[in-house]
Design a protein around this ligand. Structure first.
Ligand code: 0A1
Ligand code: ZN
Length: 879
């Protein structure tokens, strides 16, 4: 057990910074045995703060070698080094403070601050990494201009990078050299970055809308030189899109992207110098899947878009994290929708939200989009802040409409350029530009929990009216027992007997009635009466997933089938199929093996498999059965093994009955042309690989041959890994081993592919996977210091292989707890993220619950537990 309780930080305690830093001059001397950082800060008292406060700077793990005030050394009695920083009691209104620190990047396994990754130096400063580099007010509302000189051995580190433009460079003694960078834009220190290494440079250019030519540069290890094209193309598309859709032009003369292998998250938007996890930026058709291509495009866009939503306008404090993240995720999802299929993108976003964010929202870590408190801010880079935050911005977009939303974003950027602001400032700009009152809407930022909307209806044959009654409830969450009704934009359509949309007349005198409406649900219960409804309709509710809520309406299976083939809203067509499949699977949970699947589901899937008219990308999505994770989320008390068994039986039976259609679908979608990541080609590959995996699921011999052939002759990673995954999950023991060995032999030099190889095995639902997973941890390619490897083995096992992770003997939980405990000391951020699969133990059946709780208690008992892990475990076990 930790001896002291870590401190909780509250939003209500926010105070403006007592001192501001106008300018920082940094000099880094990089060596193999450590790094010396010279930091000279021009500081002044903040006129808006209470006077007379001491100067307090944040610092962690630093060795202080020198401290000067206006150039004169400070006597030991003039300052104090505290546990979390440095305190100087008496300072004047404006002064220069010089600090020299010695740090050990080569020993930094936390991957916060300055560290080494495959021989190169790199940094990660968000959220509070800068304090591991030097003493500084490490808070986003202190914005300074940075000048950074980097010095290192020239042979080992020919490339020296930091933010802004390079203004000076030269040679030094002993084979060393330096480069000086200057960033003209004031920024918080979390956006600081430095990179030094022996890197290959890929160059490109982009001409902005005003005609400025920007140097685009990508820096990667030489072995990755061929993997940059997709990221650079994605970057150029993002830059153009942000000009066209938001009127945002890039501001520096140079934009750099660096790929590093060891990184805790996906990527980081450091000003002018984005640093990426290799797995989120490097791709070639033969090493990256379609999903990876799409993910890379989206992340490159996301980081680039931060240049305005995050960097030029930043957050006042970390409670406002969604100000930049929610808005930027919304922007990148609009971008991805524009680059591909909007319906498919919406389905993917809603799936993530409903599966994982809803789970977060109903678990012990539930928090509002703008949290009120935290112990460790790294724990709040969550689906709620990012994805639900993006949904909140999306609802504002829906309520205001395209044009007013753009006016609002223009006003926001113009009014707050160069400032550190709050989510409320964002909402105010939207309100002022549109004239719309978003008073009640603000509750989306303040209340945690997923609203549930219950819908009932009544059709009056005589009066030809159709009445919809909507009632909403926001469930209680930790620290928030009472909730107010929220403002929910609820998009609907009504579908007539023949499958077409009916006009929606709300007032009796509505002449030109639309066939889709956004209902403003603001009360706990509200009734909407539609007039002149000629026939009893089937309601199409929450079209396009217009709000992140759960909708309950008693559709019959026949009505769902009807919606699946007639709804004009693509998203709701898909959703109807999902609801039908969920209903069928749920009805089979805990039932005898022999129980058969509702033939209507088989017919629906048969139709889908042979439907070549409908958008194939949508068909590919509709063919995916709801995941186990989603079925678990939906259950009041989850019996994982029973859910797994029911879902497997449905899959088996569908595959058996549709063998012919699956085979035809496979053959129809086979292609030999050059690889293209277009939506059409991606849909074809997805259909083909789904068909293949279903057929292998039932041990179809012909499919086995096809899989082997596809595995051998694939010209792209989607097909290669699709075949591998199907074989690994099949009962063809010898083929599985052979394919795994061949794959590894071919790609053992490529870390990104080896990570896929790990996760395909760790995620395989086949019985007995835990021992296989334990063996993977001993594999020479596994590396405890590399977050991607940890995620691809331990993360894939606990997060995707639910039947094995939730083994009734508790072995999966003990396995996870053991590794969280050892990671807690080396990389607390990664350790804390791995706790997530245990946190919702109260929602599981008794056999699981006790084992999960015991694992959490075992973790909690560790002395000196990091505050990252402490916060998640402590909140999970709290009554
Ligand atoms: N701001 C980045 C995410 C990020 C956050 C924290 C990190 O280190 C702890 C790294 C990256 C983004 O939204 O892409
Ligand atoms: Zn972001």
């Amino acid at each position: 057990m930790r001896t002291s309780q870590p401190r909780t930080i509250y939003l209500k305690d926010y105070k403006v910074p007592p001192y501001l830093v106008d300018h920082v001059d940094l000099r880094f001397e990089l060596f193999e045995e450590g790094a010396r950082v010279y930091n000279s800060m021009e500081i002044r008292r903040n006129p808006e703060a209470d006077p007379g406060q001491p100067l307090e700077l944040d610092g962690e793990g630093l060795e202080l070698e020198g401290l000067t005030l206006n150039g004169l050394p400070l006597a030991p009695s003039d300052f104090e080094v505290t546990s979390g920083g440095l305190r100087v009691e008496k300072v004047s209104d404006a002064f220069t403070l010089g600090v020299v620190t010695w740090i050990l990047p080569q020993d930094n396994t936390r991957l916060e601050g300055l560290y080494k990754s495959s021989g190169m130096f790199c940094t990660q400063c968000e959220a509070e990494g800068f304090r591991w580099i030097t003493y500084f007010p490490d808070r986003p509302d202190v914005m300074a201009r940075f000048r950074t000189r980097v010095e290192a051995d020239k042979a080992r580190y020919p490339i020296l990078l930091s933010n802004g433009n390079d203004v000076d460079r030269g040679e030094l003694e002993d084979g060393r050299h330096f480069v000086t960078w200057e960033d003209p834009f004031p920024k918080p220190c979390y956006l600081f970055a430095l990179v030094a290494g022996d890197l290959t440079e890929k160059k490109d250019t982009f001409t902005t809308q005003s005609g400025r030519e920007i140097d685009l540069r990508m820096y990667v290890e030489p072995r990755n030189a061929a993997k940059c094209d997709h990221a650079l193309d994605s970057l150029k598309r993002s830059m153009r899109w942000d000009e066209q859709i938001y009127g945002r032009e890039y501001d520096l003369d140079i934009f750099m992207i660096v790929a590093v292998d060891d990184f805790n998250m996906g990527a980081m938007e450091n000003k002018g110098l984005n640093i990426f996890n290799s797995s989120c930026v490097l791709a070639t058709p033969d090493t990256a899947t379609d999903m990876a291509f799409q993910r890379i495009e989206a992340i490159v866009a996301h980081e680039y878009f931060h240049n305005w939503s995050g960097n030029r306008v930043t957050c006042r404090d970390w409670f406002q994290l969604s100000l930049k993240e929610g808005f930027t995720v919304f922007r990148d999802s609009q971008f991805s929708a524009d680059m591909g299929s909007p319906t498919v993108k919406r389905i993917e976003d809603a799936t993530l939200l409903r599966t994982a964010q809803f789970a977060e929202d109903s678990g012990p870590m539930a928090h509002p989009v703008r949290p009120d408190s935290y112990i460790e801010i790294s724990n709040f880079y969550t689906l709620t802040v990012y994805e639900k935050g993006a949904e909140v911005v999306r609802m504002i977009h829906t309520l205001l409409g395209e044009e007013d939303f753009r006016k609002g974003s223009d006003l926001y950027f113009q009014r707050h350029d160069g400032q550190a602001v709050t989510t409320d400032d964002f909402v105010k700009a939207m309100e002022e530009a549109s004239g719309r009152d978003l008073g009640q809407f603000r509750l989306w930022y303040q209340q945690a929990g997923t609203p549930v909307v219950d819908v009932t209806d009544h059709y009056d044959e005589q009066a030809k009216t159709y009445t919809l009654t909507l009632s909403q409830k926001v469930p209680p969450t930790p620290g928030q027992s009472e909730k107010k009704p929220q403002h929910i934009p609820f998009a609907i359509g009504l579908i007539g007997e023949h499958g077409s949309d009916l006009p929606l007349k709300l007032g009796a005198d509505d002449a030109e009635a639309p066939t889709q409406r956004i209902l403003d649900l603001t009360e706990s219960e509200q009734t909407f009466v539609f007039h002149d409804v000629a026939e009893r309709p089937v309601p199409s509710l929450l079209r396009g997933f217009s709000a992140p809520v759960k909708v309950r309406y008693p559709w019959s299976r026949d009505q769902l089938l009807f919606l699946m083939s007639h709804d004009s809203d693509g998203f709701n067509r898909w959703d109807a199929g999902q609801r039908l499949a969920v209903d069928v699977i749920q009805s089979m949970v805990g039932q005898p093996q022999e129980q058969t699947v509702d033939p209507r589901l088989v017919t629906a899937f048969r139709q889908l498999l042979s439907d070549t008219e409908l958008d194939q990308a949508l068909v590919a999505k509709m063919l995916q059965l709801p995941s186990e994770a989603y079925l678990i989320e939906l259950a009041d008390v989850a019996d994982v093994q029973a859910i797994h068994s029911a879902r497997t039986r449905v899959l088996n039976q569908l595959a058996l009955e549709l063998q012919g259609e699956l085979m035809a679908c496979y053959l129809r979608n086979r292609e030999d042309g050059a690889y293209e990541p277009t939506p059409e080609a991606i849909a074809r590959r997805s259909l083909k690989n789904t068909a293949l995996s279903w057929l292998l699921h039932i041990n179809d011999e012909e499919a086995r041959q096809m899989a082997l052939k596809q595995f051998d002759s694939a010209t792209n990673m989607t097909d290669q890994s699709g075949a591998l995954r199907s074989l690994v999950n099949s009962d063809f023991e010898a083929d599985r081993t052979q394919a795994l060995d061949a794959f590894y032999d071919r790609f053992s030099n490529d870390p990104q592919v080896v990570e896929q190889w790990f996760s395909i095995q760790a995620g395989s639902p086949r019985a007995g996977t835990l021992s296989a997973v334990e063996a993977l941890l001993e594999h020479p390619a596994f590396d405890w210091k590399n977050p991607n490897k940890i995620r691809s083995v331990i993360g894939a096992f606990a997060g995707q292989n639910l039947a094995n992770f939730h083994a009734e003997d508790g072995s999966g939980y003990r396995f996870l707890a053991k590794h969280i405990l050892s990671l807690d000391s080396s990389n607390p951020q990664i350790a804390a993220r791995l706790v997530a699969p245990l946190t919702r133990w109260r929602n599981y059946g008794e056999v699981y619950r006790e084992g999960m709780r015991a694992a959490l208690e075992q973790i909690q008992a560790k002395p000196d537990l990091s505050k990252d892990v402490y916060e998640v475990v402590h909140k999970s076990l709290k009554d």
